[in-house]
Write a protein of this length. Structure first.
Length: 226
């Protein structure tokens, strides 16, 4: 990553949520969930701007209160349950470019559903851009599990990894994408038309106590206990 690169954190937050109604504005340890990624991004010196993409007026007001920019109201067609993340990011990047003449060279995607994410992980990701020529950095969890899969040819479960049963200390861990951090270059989002360049990605490994993804009431209860 060059010093002149513009680094923008984009936080996407819809007003609608089926599993937990109004999830993004619920109180979590003293402040709304949407405030957590805003405060996190604003605490990292390498991030130049923090932008929230939402169609919801209450979320927009809370985001502004905590210091994020809300330069537009997300179009309704990009705020449906089935809307993929990629076009939402592309809309934001395109808006900044077309309306402000601002090119987001490095895009940091953060979610309100990962409130325990630490700033040092963001800084590690930025450092990987500085030290490597990667196009993407994603957060992962090391997993030493033993994995099976269902073989549809005979409808039986078969060992996937590791093929030989050995003591755990001899396993080489797998890396499970956990959805907390996605960093990508402008070219990946806008020209390659993807969030992650699988052929040129680096990882930041998160600790288990950071690994919270609030998707349902049980997740929220568990996170509040941490």
């Amino acid at each position: 990553m060059k010093k002149k690169d513009n680094v923008v954190a984009i936080i996407i937050a819809r007003g609608g949520s089926k599993s937990i109604p109004r999830k993004n504005v619920l109180d979590f340890k003293g402040k709304p969930l949407i405030a957590w990624p805003i405060d996190l991004a604003k605490s990292v010196p390498g991030i130049d701007r923090v932008v929230v993409s939402t169609e919801d007026d209450e979320i927009a007001e809370i985001a502004k209160k905590y210091g994020a920019e809300v330069p537009f109201k997300r179009p309704a067609e990009l705020a449906q349950d089935e809307t993929p993340t990629l076009p939402v990011l592309q809309h934001c990047v395109k808006y900044l470019e077309e309306h402000e003449g601002y090119r987001a060279d490095i895009i940091v995607l953060l979610y309100p559903t990962s409130p325990l994410l630490r700033g040092e992980r963001i800084e590690q990701a930025l450092e990987l851009f500085r030290k490597t020529d990667c196009n993407t950095v994603i957060s992962v969890i090391k997993d030493w599990g033993r994995f099976w899969k269902l073989d549809e040819s005979d409808n039986k479960y078969k060992i996937l990894y590791p093929l030989n049963r050995v003591n755990r200390q001899y396993y080489k861990p797998l890396y499970r994408e956990n959805g907390a951090i996605y960093f990508s270059r402008y070219e990946v989002l806008m020209k390659m038309d993807k969030i992650v360049d699988d052929a040129n990605a680096e990882f930041v490994v998160m600790d288990e106590d950071e690994n919270v993804d609030i998707d349902n009431p049980a997740d929220l209860l568990k996170a509040r206990k941490k």
